[in-house]
Write a protein that binds this ligand. Sequence first.
Ligand SMILES: [Zn+2]
Length: 137
Amino acid sequence: MGITVFKCPYCKRIIEMTDGLQNRMKDIGTPLMKCPHCGGQFKTGAREWVDLPKSRKTEIWVKFHIVYGLVYGAILGLGAWAIIVEAIKLSKTLGTIIGSIVFLFLFYSMHKAYKNQINESLERKPNSNIIPYNTKS
Ligand SMILES: [Zn+2]
């Protein structure tokens, strides 16, 4: 559990943020942060979903579904298959079933995470005048 630290460009004071917000900001997030000390607004480098260019939206879709979903899903699915068939010596049918469940579960989780990021962004965007911020001061 770490904390991300921003420095306010106006009052130069330190703004600490929890990991949760920082993770969301990697792809989709609030473009402006409001300093809790002086109220100054500054850019975070992130953009809300509706403001992202189509190419970036495609990139994020690919990242969640292909990179995380398919690749990690396949690795974990095959891992589960190997454990069941090779290590525990159960039937290949059982290995295939459980491997597939692991794969589908991971793929679905990634798809859900992708949807959640967009939904959260869409909830924020209509209220873009109210700048959300998480601080531990
Ligand atoms: Zn400030």
